[in-house]
Write a protein that binds this ligand. Structure first.
Ligand SMILES: Cc1ncc(COP(=O)(O)O)c(C=O)c1O
Length: 341
């Protein structure tokens, strides 16, 4: 398939947009007197954060084996989803495509931007039906296809991602929010091959830094330049940048965190299997399970009464609740609540 180029896909007004340039962040100074940004000269955190996130990008790039020019940093990957839609989708005209069920925010940001949302229903194993994908994408010509792998809320990974990259005439976003919990390969290695690929990752899940709100988009320099052009200049605050820099310095903790969650995942699965109202636990590559229950509304309500908060996906996914892995103590509370419905 002959692919449209990025400049053919991007909105014309975005292509013509001049980025807001913070002069001091784009130039090198030895000991500058800072009288350019109307900040307070006093106090801690009185200065604006680095709008280019230089140090952070350099560290992330080293860690991921990429170039800093292939990385955009967002206020969570949520912000990046919003920006990607804004860059490529003309309001009231263009459409995005997503798996169904999948992460709700793709449709949310598309709706804000007045873009149509085309949903491809997954089969009974929560896999994409390739014929449906080919047919629907040809008929509707969406600008962006959001692939979530591992998929939230189903937990499984998308098979054969290259097939979609080769057969989609637009931008393919592979959202890898849960990739660290999976044994599957990241799509980052496909960046060299596919100029229409954007990989999203986040510090919110395996890195345990949801409160910092830091996510990344990895893509060609051309796409990253566009994201940097449309983002708010100071979208990632100084405290968060420092925290993530420190986390990367201590990246051995990441592996430990993932291992602990995988141990808890195995424990929780074996406990859930013994609960009478559990009908099915879907296989997962993530830090959560989708679980099918007998009388899902009652189960959800009873858990809520015991202040065990879970995420009911029924009726969209019949009889199912999504439950993320907690500490052993939290997991025990869930199991105790389920045993005493
Ligand atoms: C698939 C997926 N993508 C993105 C996000 C958002 O992540 P962030 O915290 O980086 O905004 C989530 C959060 O639940 C998610 O499940």
């Amino acid at each position: 398939m002959k692919q449209l180029t990025i400049s053919q896909l991007v909105r014309k007004n975005i292509l013509e947009l001049q980025p807001y340039i913070s002069f001091r962040d784009h130039n090198k100074f030895q000991a500058p007197v800072l009288m350019d940004a109307n900040e307070s000269p006093f106090g801690e955190y009185n200065r604006y954060p680095d709008s280019t996130q230089k140090e952070l990008k350099r560290k992330i790039a080293d860690f991921k084996n990429l170039s800093p020019n292939q990385i955009a940093v967002g206020n969570g990957s949520d912000e990046l989803i919003d920006l990607i839609i804004k860059i490529f989708c003309e309001p009231k005209k263009d459409a995005i495509m997503m798996m169904n069920p999948s992460f709700a925010m793709y449709a949310f940001y598309a709706a804000i931007n007045e873009n149509k949302v085309i949903k491809i229903d997954l089969d009974e194993n929560f896999e994409i039906i390739k014929q449906d994908f080919l047919k629907v994408s040809k008929e509707t010509q969406p600008k962006i296809f959001f692939l979530c792998s591992p998929n939230n809320p189903t937990g499984n990974s998308v098979e054969d991602i290259e097939f979609y990259l080769q057969n989609f005439d637009g931008i393919v976003v592979v959202d890898e929010a849960y990739i660290e919990f999976s044994t599957k390969k990241s799509s980052l290695e496909l960046l060299v091959k596919y100029p229409n690929l954007i990989v999203l990752q986040t510090f919110s899940k395996a890195w345990g830094k949801a409160g910092a709100r830091v996510g990344i988009a990895c893509a060609t320099e051309e796409i990253i330049r566009l994201i940097n052009t449309v983002k708010a200049p100071y979208n990632v605050n100084s405290l968060s940048q420092e925290l993530i820099l420190k986390s990367i310095d201590e990246s051995d903790k990441l592996q430990q965190n993932v291992e602990n969650i995988l141990i808890e995942r195995a424990w929780l699965e074996s406990e859930l299997e013994q609960i009478q109202c559990v009908i099915r636990i879907f296989p997962t590559d993530a830090n959560f399970f989708l679980v099918e229950f007998d009388d899902v509304n009652l189960v959800y309500q009873k858990l809520l009464e015991k202040e065990v908060l879970t995420n009911k996906r029924a009726p969209a996914i019949p009889d199912c609740i999504r439950i993320n892995i907690g500490t052993r103590e939290e997991n025990k509370s869930l199991i105790a609540a389920l045993k005493n419905l």
